[in-house]
Write a protein that binds this ligand. Structure first.
Ligand SMILES: *[C@@H]1O[C@H](CO)[C@@H](O)[C@H](O)[C@H]1NC(C)=O
Length: 437
């Protein structure tokens, strides 16, 4: 792959800072540039590299030539500068640039037959770096197993290691706090259902399940991230986390569809076309979740990473569009009903509710997909957690809105409407019809 293409990939994964200890196998590779991982260092950052099964095949006669082979750390700005230097012909090897921080060049190997090496590199310039391997000898093929660990040393506490990137180190606490908020919401919801038990529908229990799954999912994410923070590996928590993510994703989309159709509080059944939407959305959510697991586990520089990312985005967009249809159908049905059944005020209320819901779902989707992504791209690596918080707050607002608007009502407000209101509503519906609103 050419160097500019690699640059594009580096920029495309702007937000991604995988933090785990990573083990990569390189086999007879002659790529000029092999990116490994990205990490945000504080002023007490360290990089630990352990290389085993190292072998070089090709015309290597002496060690000094191997100065064109090695690992370096590079910030994004520096990378652009290096590309410029190569283009201008100032340098012919990335390792010749003074903009990159050479971590280890292979002319420092004890001998040509060395097969194992360990070293530690301290980084005191706080910034976001990518660890890259460069091979400027075109005919040389490299094989090696690389274990790379990047971490920051915590201030004070006996040099404890923090394997989370600088902008993500507060995430375990953020997730934990959010999960408490959702558990509280769940408790409030249960007490509500109990108080209004005469008007509770099936959908209200489903909403409870969705909130509890979200709380459990956040709790697992907090535990998963704090385990990674301490040890650099994901242990077994990631499996539990993926299971809850999966259930949460499916139930949330199902809930949006069910509420959109008015199931259980407007009508006790689903129409065929509404069932079809569910039959599209649920399998697509399964695919989206599988893609998400692969994306998380492989890291941005793995071979099929970009493909999986595209699969995920595509499936997600399709799901988001599909959930809007039932709401649109409900709005249409309510307008039809308003003309025929003579209960204009009741229908106008429901209509307003569904229109609000439609707009809120669109805002929620737009915010969590587009705005959060934009935030991630523009915020400095030190504040990456802010985009996570923004996305989670939008989600929280969406849950609260849905719960508030579709909560069980003790007395049905639709039946206590006087003639005046009824007339006004009928008038408004007529007006809307004229203007095709
Ligand atoms: C990796 O290298 C570091 C630095 O030399 C060393 O302290 C550590 O023990 C090595 N780890 C493994 C698993 O070999």
């Amino acid at each position: 792959m050419s160097i500019p293409l690699h640059l594009l990939i580096l920029l495309a994964v702007a937000s991604l800072a995988a933090a785990e200890i990573r083990i990569s196998e390189i086999r007879s590779d002659d790529r000029p540039i092999i990116p490994f991982d990205e990490f945000g260092f504080t002023h007490r950052g360290q990089l630990e590299l352990n290389i085993t099964k190292l072998s070089l095949s090709g015309p290597t006669s002496d060690l000094s030539a191997l100065s064109k082979l090695g690992f370096f750390l590079c910030t994004r700005d520096a990378w652009i500068h290096v590309l410029q230097q190569i283009e201008d012909g100032e340098i012919n090897c990335v390792l010749g640039s003074d903009a990159v921080q050479k971590v280890y060049t292979f002319d420092r190997l004890p001998s040509l037959t060395t097969s194992e090496l360990n070293f530690l590199y301290a980084e005191s310039d706080a910034d976001q770096y990518t660890l890259v391997f460069a091979n400027c000898l075109p005919q040389l093929k490299v094989s090696m197993n690389v274990r790379s660990a990047m971490y920051n040393l915590e201030d004070g506490k006996a040099n404890r290691r923090d394997y989370l990137s600088a902008g993500k180190t507060v995430l375990p606490r953020v997730y934990f706090l959010l999960s408490i908020i959702y558990f509280v919401l769940g408790a409030v919801w249960i007490s509500f259902l109990y108080k209004k038990r005469s008007t509770v529908f099936g959908i209200h229990f489903f909403m409870l399940a969705v909130v509890l799954l979200k709380a459990l999912n956040l709790l697992c994410e907090a535990e998963d991230k704090s385990y990674i923070k301490r040890t650099g590996s994901a242990h077994g928590w990631d499996v539990v986390f993926y299971i809850f993510s999966f259930l949460k994703g499916i139930t949330l989309f199902t809930l949006i569809v069910l509420i959109g159709t008015g199931w259980s509080f407007l009508k006790p059944y689903l129409q065929d076309k509404e069932k079809k939407v569910l039959m599209i959305v649920i399998p697509l959510q399964v695919v989206a979740n599988i893609a998400q697991v692969v994306i998380d586990e492989t890291g941005p520089f793995a071979q099929d990473w970009v493909t999986w990312k595209q699969v995920f985005l595509l499936v997600d967009v399709v799901c988001c569009c599909a959930v809007l249809f039932p709401i649109v159908w409900s709005i249409k049905n309510l307008r039809e009903a308003a003309k025929t059944d003579g209960k204009a005020a009741v229908n106008l209320m429901k209509l307003t509710l569904f229109r609000q819901y439609y707009i809120v779902v669109i805002c929620y989707i737009y915010f969590t997909r587009v705005v959060v992504y934009a935030l991630e791209t523009i915020t400095s690596y030190k504040y990456l957690w802010t985009s996570v918080v923004a996305g989670e707050l939008a989600t929280l607002a969406f849950y609260v809105f849905t719960g508030y608007k579709f909560k069980p009502e003790a007395h049905n407000p639709y039946f206590v409407i006087d003639d005046e209101e009824e007339e006004a509503a009928a008038e408004q519906l007529k007006l809307e019809d004229e203007f095709e609103l």
